[in-house]
Write a protein that binds this ligand. Structure first.
Ligand code: NAI
Ligand code: 15L
Length: 286
């Protein structure tokens, strides 16, 4: 049994990032809200990047190269990932609006294309999953146990279901091929929280950037799942694999409590479940 196999059987793998690894990191969705922010921050920190999206970003950080590519097209991904140490996979449809077919093309087929190319390249995948894989878990009452990351999936939408498929790919490619993944189950990443639910789900951009860097650079991660939220006292979410990354959030939504606690929705379904409005959309169960 070689060292590679021994590490895999022990639950950690050899293909992880290294703090001083000069190989580039591919960022998909690099023109989007999160991808563009992470790309510009990591480029400024000296991380070598390749960027891709359907459309060019508003600004391309100095020293990075952009290539347009469609996630639904299997062809470009091997070339884009060749020589990369990791991919930060932010590309795809981020909500329910365009419908199941578009979600299937970009999020389900597209994520499979990224995983296949990562396997061949020997790259780690940092996958932007979503809280909507577990959206139909009830919000915990104050003082009740928080939801652990190894809970059952309760997707609240076709979008959440597509992210559940991506998390399944992460697990399959680790167990079968030794491809490492960090699954980021992101809550709500905006400059500041904007409603009462975000007192629980907010992820500050600063915490997101540090989380992405840790996810790329942690020496060995196996297949890790991390709740992507800041240090919010009202969080819905508890135990996860963040110790493998050495990441801790620094920000909190709590300073916005007085301003936001009166901004609850009128919808009892949205208020009862963690996924909020995604749960209420098309909900017709009596
Ligand atoms: P966004 O819509 O701003 O960015 C997504 C990017 O993916 C866009 O630039 C879009 O052009 C690109 N894209 C869409 N379809 C594509 C295709 N077929 N081929 C190539 N590129 C394609 O979304 P945002 O907010 O930046 O989210 C990034 C990722 O993080 C998404 O995967 C989303 O599901 C996930 N996420 C975001 C959260 C948030 O709070 N913003 C919360 C939870 C998850
Ligand atoms: C998501 O997954 C979406 O991409 C984002 O736009 C927000 O809706 C976020 O979840 C949320 O739950 O607030």
């Amino acid at each position: 049994m070689n060292a590679d196999t021994r590490r895999r059987l022990a639950g950690t793998g050899p293909r992880g990032g290294r703090p001083h690894d000069p190989r580039p990191v591919l960022v998909t969705g690099a023109a989007g809200r999160l991808g563009s922010r992470v790309a510009s921050a990591l480029a400024a920190e000296g991380v070598a990047l390749r960027l891709t999206d359907l459309r060019p970003p508003g600004a391309i950080p100095a020293g990075t190269a952009f290539t347009a590519a469609d996630l639904a097209d299997p062809a470009p991904w091997h070339g884009l990932l060749a020589g990369c140490r990791a991919v930060l996979h932010f590309g795809g449809i981020p909500n329910e609006t365009p419908g199941a077919a578009a979600i299937e093309a970009a999020n389900i087929r597209g994520t499979r294309h990224v995983y296949e190319a990562a396997r061949v390249a020997g790259a780690r995948v940092v996958f932007a999953s979503s809280n909507h894989v577990v959206g139909f878990h009830a919000r915990p009452a104050p003082g009740a146990p928080l939801l652990p990351a190894d809970c059952v999936f309760r997707p609240d939408s076709h979008y959440g279901l597509s992210k559940m498929h991506g998390e399944g790919l992460a697990r399959l490619f680790w167990d079968k091929h030794g491809v490492e993944s960090v699954i980021l189950r992101i809550g709500s990443c905006t400059d500041a929280p904007v409603d009462a639910r975000m007192l629980s789900t907010w992820l500050s951009p600063r915490d997101l950037v540090a989380l992405c860097r840790a996810a790329v650079e942690a020496p060995e991660v196996g297949c890790a799942t991390i709740w992507g939220c800041s240090d919010n006292p009202a969080s819905f979410w508890g135990a996860d694999d963040r110790a493998r990354l050495g990441w801790q959030p620094r920000d909190s939504a709590e300073p916005w409590r007085a301003a936001l606690q009166g901004t609850r929705s009128e919808d009892p379904i949205a208020e009862r479940f963690q996924g909020g409005a995604f749960c209420a959309l098309d909900h017709d169960r009596s």
